[in-house]
Design a protein around this ligand. Sequence first.
Ligand code: PMP
Length: 328
Amino acid sequence: MANIHKSITELVGHTPLVELTNFNRNNNLKATLIGKLEYFNPSGSIKDRAALNMIEKAEAEGKLKPGGTIVESTSGNTGISLAAFAAARGYHLHIFMEPGCTPERVQILKAYGTTVQYYKDIPGFDEIIAKYGFDKERIIAAMQKFCDDNGYYYTSQLTNDANWQAHIKSTGPEIVEDTDGQVDYAVMLAGTAGTLTGVGLYLKEHIPGVKIIGVQPNLESMYKPGEDRDTIDGVVHFDNDGKVTHPFLVKNHFQCDEVIDVDGTETYATARELAESDGIFAGASAAAAVLAAKKVALRPENEGKRIVVILPDDGTKYLSTRMYGADI
Ligand code: PMP
């Protein structure tokens, strides 16, 4: 029977779980690492889930009209997801980029017909920085005003419940279904913490005893403008008690069972190892999550346990970084 989809929006989710068989064996891991390969989403990352859910919620609420303009600030993947779906549904997308994005991301956005600007281009941004420093709540308010003044729709992924709810709707249930509920740990990083909140809440409700591990780059591996280091961008740090630091973030402020720090240089080495061992070409946060999961899997008490690791995207958007080496 023919099986032809009408739009890429129909292809979001149902990403595969795959055991990191060779990596597990080569590292003598006590527990089994299983990757959830989010690069199988139609625009190549986990953010397809949140982006589509935010667009569909805005459409349902009548806030996004045919031919309308969507606005977001993003370091990359959310923008790319919104760009693909805006194209497929006939909207225009206007993105304000955070500093530190790789040039590939800008190229991809432009390929989808997106208007790309930077934070400094947000009307009022310079005044906010001069008076209050990098105050995200004021920046969000400035973005909202820009949209209200122009009749645009601001998806506001940091404050939009449709972000984390996307993972209650799809990512969490997929993990439970594809493992028959046999999961001991789930490991991931946080950008908006939409994934962590949605997956964390869903798994905690459906799998007794499951532990949720948050991962963060160590201080040296956080992106800072002008520094040439092995960094992991687009992600945030947790508070000491395992909550994410954004004060206005997803409302549940999901609390992790444990937070693991990873080093950027070790993360890049893990990415190269995984590509060679299992043919999995991971992005930076994906490799960081695998590295943290490896640390958990080496603990003697975790013999025979099962660890699901979220791999948010693949390595193509990191080719201009030092991750996969510049030599060709
Ligand atoms: N990894 C990558 C590569 C991302 O682009 C993002 C989103 N910025 C995340 C992880 C974190 O996802 P979330 O926003 O759901 O926390």
